[in-house]
Design a protein around this ligand. Sequence first.
Ligand SMILES: *[C@@H]1O[C@H](CO)[C@@H](O)[C@H](O)[C@H]1NC(C)=O
Ligand SMILES: *[C@@H]1O[C@H](CO)[C@@H](O)[C@H](O)[C@H]1NC(C)=O
Length: 150
Amino acid sequence: MNMLKFLCFVTLSTPIFGAFNPKDYGPKLAEVIEHLHVECSILTGATDPEIDNIKNGNFDENNKHIKRYNACLWLHSDAFIPSDDGVPSLHGNKNLFLDIEPPKLKGKFAKMFMRCIDEARESGEKNFTVLAWNATNCLHRTDPENFVYP
Ligand SMILES: *[C@@H]1O[C@H](CO)[C@@H](O)[C@H](O)[C@H]1NC(C)=O
Ligand SMILES: *[C@@H]1O[C@H](CO)[C@@H](O)[C@H](O)[C@H]1NC(C)=O
């Protein structure tokens, strides 16, 4: 393999911003992603490099910023069906996921979120930050190539 071919190979096979291309989000998901990214960065102080680590599947257990950022995403996204007392029900808001489902992940996206939310709720974890962290881990583990992260 000559040097140029080698460089092309390395460039093409190195994921930079997670594997699912933002071009393929579709307008609704793109808006949700942008809004959550901005809002939760401001609220938690998580930096873009810290967030990119998650996109690439590197979950740093000891990074408090990124754990808070991650909890913020789940809380601020209407991902859970609201309950009467205002506490997140921990039941996934399937209609939301179907509504923002990117065309390329039709039939997959909502299903994956619902399954990981069910898994997190059924684990009985009481700490929301930990529960949200585990739910995100589940999404990445389930389908790293189609992992979408704000
Ligand atoms: C959540 O994930 C952590 C590792 O990040 C693990 O130690 C813990 O057992 C998980 N909790 C549940 C309830 O699955
Ligand atoms: C929940 O877990 C987070 C992350 O491990 C930790 O920083 C926080 O103190 C915990 N909250 C409670 C109420 O235990």
